[in-house]
Design a protein around this ligand. Structure first.
Ligand SMILES: *Cc1c(COP(=O)(O)O)cnc(C)c1O
Length: 401
């Protein structure tokens, strides 16, 4: 039965992964974070809670997701590639795993409302979905620029019963939405649950979200052992904040398997227009945690640039920062162009249109063909690409012109 497991890199009681993580929030939020931490610690290894949680994942979200042997690209690359099909989950990505379990937790804590910030709207849609399922109110904070760019996702959230707040402060994007969500939480923490979308934010969120997404690694491990009789040589996942990666890696990092996190290289990491926090960022504090962030020399957080909206988190989760510094996980990046090629390549070769985010992990295969020859590789296919088809059509149209 699925249940989280302890890792060597579990944070200390203050939420530190080495020097990263922590709990940098206004003093008034400390009791709320401690309440959440204590509540979660009691359930972390509670069999009855996990039976209930996994039942939602099965009956509502369509788990377990298949581990698919991608024979055509395997043949082309001369290796053995499996795709972990998170794209087949309800709402089309791994995000549903985390929001369902956090919403269940909120319900059990007696909270009546979920709040979340969202960049392109994907986490907002996932949160609104979970709120509808559990009969909770839902308030989503979104930068005014993003509201204008992502009208369809705003409408989706409204259809699902959520109220979308357009945030007009600062650069009117994700980091400003984050600040407003936290401000709202300060005033309404008694009855409000802050639902964070990736392995980031103040303790205990990074650990909690990793635990929830570890269902991906739990299933993958069983599935690959059944299919191949051995563990894979490589597990590859794309990284925005790092939740699908942390979830799948968590069941492999204690073994000989090499885990590789692929960040968004945007227009190239020396272009100044990228989303690769570990390659181009420096340690700093945002969103209640110490981690790597894209920031100017003056410490101003910079907007992450990537073709894929879901990789727009300006930093990375603190556990990844720790794994990076300790060399426990390898990190690399691929550019917009390489991701776009991989989007088309996987569609043609396997009949699977991947999300642009996931295309970064797929692109890593082609870029490292010599490294993976004759090896067994698992790729976390974090989401499906239907949402990205119009955008890709536009880009290819311009290139053709
Ligand atoms: C949001 C998203 C990501 C990035 O989030 P992580 O927390 O890094 O996993 C990746 N892929 C898809 C399909 C997404 O929607």
């Amino acid at each position: 039965m699925f249940m989280p497991q302890r890792l060597l890199s579990d944070p200390d009681s203050q939420g530190h992964f080495g020097k990263f993580g922590g709990r940098f929030v206004p003093e008034t939020l400390m009791p709320t974070l401690l309440e959440l931490e204590n509540f979660y610690e009691k359930l972390r290894f509670d069999k009855i809670f996990w039976e209930e949680a996994y039942r939602y994942l099965v009956e509502y979200a369509n788990r377990p997701s298949p581990l698919y042997f991608a024979s055509k690209i395997s043949k082309e690359l001369d290796c053995i590639v499996y795709l972990k099909r998170e794209d087949l989950n309800h709402t089309g990505s791994h995000k549903i795993n985390n929001v369902l379990i956090q919403a269940l937790l909120a319900k059990k804590m007696g909270k009546k409302r979920l709040i979340a910030e969202t960049g392109a709207g994907q986490h907002g849609v996932a949160t609104a979905t979970a709120a509808a399922l559990f009969g909770l109110e839902c308030e989503i904070f979104m930068g005014a620029k993003d509201v204008a760019r992502q009208a369809l996702n705003v409408f989706r959230m409204e259809l699902l019963g959520a109220c979308v707040h357009s945030v007009t402060s600062g650069s009117q994007t994700l980091k400003d939405a984050m600040n407003d969500a936290i401000k709202y939480w300060v005033t309404n923490h008694e009855d409000t649950f802050y639902l964070i979308g990736t392995v980031a934010g103040p303790h205990p969120y990074p650990k909690m979200v990793r635990d929830f997404q570890s269902v991906i690694g739990y299933e993958t491990r069983e599935q690959i052992l059944k299919a191949q009789g051995v563990l894979p040589d490589f597990v590859i996942a794309c990284i925005g904040g790092g939740s699908n990666a942390a979830g799948i890696f968590s069941h492999f990092i204690n073994d000989d398997t090499i885990c590789i996190g692929v960040e968004a290289g945007g227009l190239g990491i020396s272009s100044g227009r990228c989303g690769a926090s570990l390659q181009c960022g420096t340690p700093g504090i945002l969103h209640g945690q110490l981690s790597y962030y894209m920031q100017s020399d003056e410490g101003q957080i910079q907007e992450a640039h990537s073709l894929s909206a879901g990789l727009d988190y300006p930093g990375i989760g603190p556990e990844h920062a720790y794994w990076f510094e300790k060399g426990i996980v390898k990190y690399d990046y691929v550019t917009d162009k390489e991701a776009l090629d991989a989007f088309c390549w996987l569609s043609k070769s396997e009949g699977i249109i991947p999300a642009l985010e996931s295309s970064h992990a797929v692109a890593y295969l082609k870029k490292n063909i010599d490294k993976i020859r004759n090896k067994i590789v698992v790729v976390s296919l974090s989401g499906r690409g239907d949402k990205d088809v119009a955008q890709v059509q536009e880009i290819l149209g311009k290139q053709g012109a």
